[in-house]
Design a binder for this molecule. Structure first.
Ligand code: DGJ
Length: 727
């Protein structure tokens, strides 16, 4: 609810308040945190504020003002949100003009944004230097305790304006220290949680590769003592920048948005430019940030048709065969998968043109019928079998050894007369060339139609390096224009094939972000399928993104990436907390393993809605505890599933407590342990919700059983708990 109270603007969600005040033609953030009450009388807010702020606000120096927007002409020695220049000026100074409630809701478009904003307030500023206007939009999603923010620059001047920086969100705080949580990593170790206590300095994460990246995810969480937790994320898939600037006067500024790295966008008179949308939320603890982010993404980012959709259990042939397969092998794999209850068969890399390894053929999206027996036949055979059919593509790429390159060398992104740097023996297409964009759209449309796909895995195994365009794209706008063109391709294809389930992938999880999620409701989490490493990768990912967006597969032991060994049901207990599937050669498995898989598949189907769409909480954390877990609870809190884990078995440590979360404290629950093959006796008991959450569960004994001890040659031990309300 947005209320105007005297000089104040009070923006409430169910449990939070953002209180703004217009002072000296600036929009100042007075408070953001747990909900506070109000009155018709604005004086009920006055007592909150310190004299010194009043004092500073009456000067021209905005250093002490917690403004909601800033530019490089504000007179404050701190990082800022907007930087413009023209032929004659390098400074801009925005003066607040007015604000109004507006409706900016729109349907599915070719640039990602959140759906169904409850209310939006638009603040209008004038730049007294260049004459341009700036609009700041703040929206609420009341029940979610989430808000969003972005800027729009309107070139109302009569000269060309260069945009060097136009970020999406600024939040100022009265402190110069905080703890910052980010999701950082690299290939095969994506989104590990980092925790940095920072004071009186500038903290920065960013990506410069053209993708949101596996190095630093755009999600960020900030803990401020005596206040709580603030979570932010960006609805964008390209270069991003997050800054937390602190100065020793007790001042902190958080900024998130487009990275200004090689960004110089030329805005002609009468044209506008919008920054991507940033979302933000407040909560009393880190669980609340995760909870709010998950609910928001499920409801306001994912396309409507996929929100409540059961994501199919899939089998992917990549780790089963890599490039080495025949149509017979594929069909036997699919037939075996079907007999175990698996629903979707995904044909990964290697099915097209002359592709026999990763050195060639990207761009030539034509069926290698010798290998596949004809994709349309394969697709039909699978459907006759009662399975869905999925296909891997990597459409943003081109191999030098390809028909496409031989015919259209100008489609490749590369600098004339310079040997391009190679990554995985492949190059990128210059998507900013309209002809290339159209080629990708049409070649894929033909393919998807012909083979009747139900699912597409969209891979992207390198990033932007040799940036150049034969179609005269301004190179200082290139990173942004590449992503815009990509979004237009994704939009066109998802509009042409609205019922196809797309999963994004980028060498594992190099583009796991809300921009991609707006078009593609799932993303492959990591090429590292070792369930022990996945404990970290998945818990990190689940900090910010819900279970049904996160591709998670059971693969073979010893694992192909790490050679680590994990017990088959522990592999299941981990992967079950995502959009679930298998990626191993079922034809080479022992009878016991096939039996275990059959049981897993039917168990997952029974509880799929809770695994995929339940409310998720951490029970301790893999990042700081030997015993920890994850729990997913259904909407009315009558059923929950929890995976509990001991990372390392330690002798004579019996008191291993697990404090459950998210249950109804007044309900009585039956807790049972899923009958894994390595458990001699299934345990079952009844406890109230309050006891399960406060007294906790002591599982030392269970993990100490003889059978379990034998299993400690595996990298960790785990159990899956079923928690059901009983009267
Ligand atoms: C990288 C992906 O992350 C893998 O899952 C697989 O699809 C390979 N590419 C295929 O080249």
């Amino acid at each position: 609810m947005i209320k105007f109270i005297g000089n104040y603007i009070k923006i409430d969600t169910k449990n939070t308040t953002l209180l703004l005040e217009i002072i000296n033609k600036r929009v100042v953030k007075r408070y953001y945190g747990s909900k506070i009450r109000d009155d018709k009388d604005e004086n009920v807010f006055r007592g909150f504020f310190d004299e010194s702020i009043e004092f500073s606000s009456s000067t021209d120096d905005t250093t002490y003002d917690n403004t909601m927007m800033s530019s490089n002409g504000d007179g404050a020695n701190i990082e800022f949100m907007v930087k413009l220049y023209t032929n004659n000026n390098i400074v801009s100074r925005f003066i607040y003009d007015s604000c109004e409630l507006v409706d900016i809701n729109e349907g599915y478009t070719n640039f990602p944004h959140s759906y169904d904003k409850k209310e939006t307030i638009k603040f209008i500023y004038n730049d007294v230097v260049s004459g341009v206007k700036l609009y700041h939009y703040l929206s609420t999603y009341e029940d979610m305790d989430v808000m969003s923010s972005f800027l729009e620059l309107d070139n109302t001047s009569n000269e060309l304006v260069h945009i060097n920086r136009l970020m999406s969100l600024q939040l100022d705080f009265d402190t110069s220290e905080g703890t910052i949580y980010t999701l950082d990593g690299a290939w095969t170790k994506e989104r590990f949680l980092s925790k940095n206590h920072v004071s009186n300095t500038t903290f920065k994460i960013s990506s410069v590769s053209g993708a949101s990246s596996n190095v630093h995810n755009p999600f960020m969480m900030l803990e401020i003592k005596n206040q709580g937790f603030y979570g932010t994320n960006l609805v964008y898939s390209g270069n991003h920048l997050e800054l937390v600037d602190m100065i020793p006067v007790g001042k902190m500024r958080l900024l998130t948005g487009l990275n200004d790295y090689y960004f110089d966008y030329k805005l002609e008179p009468n044209k506008t430019f919008k920054s991507p949308e940033a979302i933000f939320t407040f909560g009393v603890d880190s669980d609340s940030i995760t909870f709010n982010m998950h609910r928001f993404i499920k409801r306001h980012i994912i396309r409507e048709d996929f929100r409540e959709m059961d994501r199919p259990i899939l089998i992917n042939n990549w780790e089963a065969t890599y490039f080495d397969f025949t149509k017979e092998k594929l069909l036997s794999l699919a037939t075996k998968a079907k007999s175990l209850g698996i629903e979707l068969f995904v044909l990964d890399d290697g099915w097209f043109s002359g592709r026999k390894d990763d050195h060639s053929s990207l761009g030539d999206w034509f069926d290698n019928r010798e290998k596949t027996g004809g994709l349309e036949n394969l697709s039909k055979s699978l459907k006759d079998l009662g399975m869905k059919f999925g296909l891997w593509v990597e459409p943003e790429m081109i191999s030098e050894d390809s028909e496409l390159f031989r015919k259209h060398p100008e489609y490749m992104m590369r600098i004339p007369n310079v040997k391009p740097l190679e990554k995985r023996f492949q190059q990128m297409l210059d998507l900013t060339n309209k002809e290339v964009e159209n080629y990708v759209i049409e070649v894929l449309s033909d393919l998807f139609k012909k083979v009747n796909v139900d699912y597409v895995k969209w891979d992207c195994n390198r990033y932007l390096i040799d940036i150049y365009s034969n179609s005269n794209t301004d190179l200082h706008e290139y990173h942004y224009r590449y992503i815009k063109a990509l979004y237009n391709i994704l939009y066109t294809l998802t509009t042409r094939f609205p019922h196809v389930l797309f999963e994004s992938c980028s060498a594992g999880g190099n583009r796991f972000d809300l921009g991609m999620m707006y078009f593609f409701p799932q993303a492959w989490c990591s090429d590292n399928t070792d369930a022990f490493d996945r404990l970290y990768i998945q818990e990190g990912t689940l900090y910010a993104y819900p279970q049904n967006t996160m591709g998670a597969h059971v693969s073979i032991t010893p694992n192909h990436q790490t050679e680590g060994s994990v017990y088959i049901d522990s592999r299941f207990n981990v992967a079950a907390f995502g959009a679930f599937g298998y990626e191993l050669d079922l034809l080479k498995l022992k009878k016991e393993d096939l039996k275990a898989i059959k049981n897993q598949v039917s168990f997952y189907k029974k509880y799929r809605d809770i695994f995929q769409r339940g409310d998720y909480y951490r029970i301790n954390s893999v990042f700081d505890s030997n015993n920890f877990g994850w729990i997913s609870v259904n909407k009315n809190k009558t059923k929950a599933l929890a995976t509990i884990v001991i990372q390392k078995f330690k002798m004579n440590t019996l008191k291993l407590k697990f404090y459950l979360k998210g249950l109804n404290k007044d309900y009585k629950y039956k807790v049972s342990v899923r009958n894994q093959d390595n458990l001699k006796e299934a345990r079952e008991f009844v406890m109230y919700g309050d006891a399960l959450m406060s007294y906790g569960l002591d599982f030392g004994n269970l993990f100490y059983q003889e059978t379990t001890r034998a299993l400690n040659s595996y990298s960790f031990a785990s159990r899956l708990l079923i928690i059901e309300r009983v009267k």
